[in-house]
Design a protein around this ligand. Structure first.
Ligand code: FES
Length: 286
């Protein structure tokens, strides 16, 4: 679907974790046309009268109710402003923007890996996958128990496994340490979180085939491979990552959101925010 400018009415706003908010908006045009991995550019005000747009992953989208949710952390005046919007008020949302996650139709078992607010980047994929009859495991990493995304906000069908840096809940350590236990089970993996986490996952994914001794999921057809970055190539890849990046225009014009890819610069807002892990030049990512 093409992007559009939508007046989204706030229906519910609540703080779900320290400094983290979940807001529901009535925006049927977005709820119907959006796919997991895409984002909206939201016009936020602040107390100086400055008006800017800020990107947010579409956390969930329900065509039946017309409700779209955003999950964000208050990090500055724009997000502070958003927490003070009242129920019934409308805000401008531009979207859906960016390219979505691409699930191979042959994949039954999906591994979702999220670090902190990265949950917002993969959350909608859990809904889509459950709806399509796939098995979903979410591995989630946070600083401590008080920062763990509530399981009550996930579909019942999802297996939810938590790691905390301080060991106050679940696995004591990084969420990436849980991944090897699932690499034989998973047909594909989808991740969102801090860049070091994604980099570690990319390294794990690169060695996975060798460890498992399995053939590549995407085989050559007629001697041709799908071009890197194409939808077909992404659909066949094991690991897709959603890159969080600051943005300016969010529509591909300002080059304010680039990351270094193996074939040159990539715009997170346009070629992403979802990429196949092989598209990214991980040595350049810190
Ligand atoms: S934010 Fe302007 S090109 Fe991506």
């Amino acid at each position: 679907m093409t992007m559009r400018l939508v007046a989204a009415e706030l229906v519910e706003s609540r703080q779900i974790l320290p400094g983290q908010w979940l807001q529901s908006f009535h925006a049927p045009e977005l709820a119907t046309g959006s796919r997991a991995g895409q984002f909206v550019h939201v016009r936020t005000g602040d107390y100086s009268g400055l008006v800017l747009r800020r990107p947010f992953s579409i956390n969930t989208a329900d065509p039946a109710t017309g409700i779209v949710t955003l999950h964000f952390r208050t990090v500055g005046r724009g997000t502070e402003w958003l927490t003070r919007v009242r129920e019934g008020e409308q805000i401008d949302m531009l979207g859906p923007l960016g390219r979505p996650f691409e699930v191979d139709p042959r994949s039954h078992n999906l591994l979702l890996v999220a670090g902190g607010l990265g949950m917002a980047g993969v959350r909608m994929l859990a809904d889509e996958a459950v709806r399509d009859g796939r098995q979903v495991t979410i591995l989630f990493g946070a600083l401590s128990a008080s920062h763990v995304y509530p399981s009550s906000l996930l579909p019942d069908e999802v297996e939810y496994v938590v790691a905390t840096d301080d060991g106050s809940l679940g696995h004591h350590g990084y969420v990436t340490e849980l991944v090897p236990g699932y690499e034989a089970w998973a047909d594909q993996a989808f991740a969102c979180g801090p860049h070091p986490m994604l980099k570690r996952l990319a390294a794990l994914a690169a060695g996975r085939r060798g460890r498992l001794g399995v053939a590549k999921l995407g085989r050559k057809r007629g001697g041709q491979t799908d071009p890197l970055g194409s939808t077909a190539a992404r659909r066949k890849t094991f690991l897709q990552v959603s890159m969080e990046q600051t943005m300016g225009c969010a529509v591909g014009a300002c080059l304010g959101c680039t990351v270094i890819g193996v074939n040159g610069m990539l715009r997170v807002c346009r070629e992403g925010p979802v990429f196949a892990a092989e598209e990214i030049s991980w040595e350049a990512i810190s």
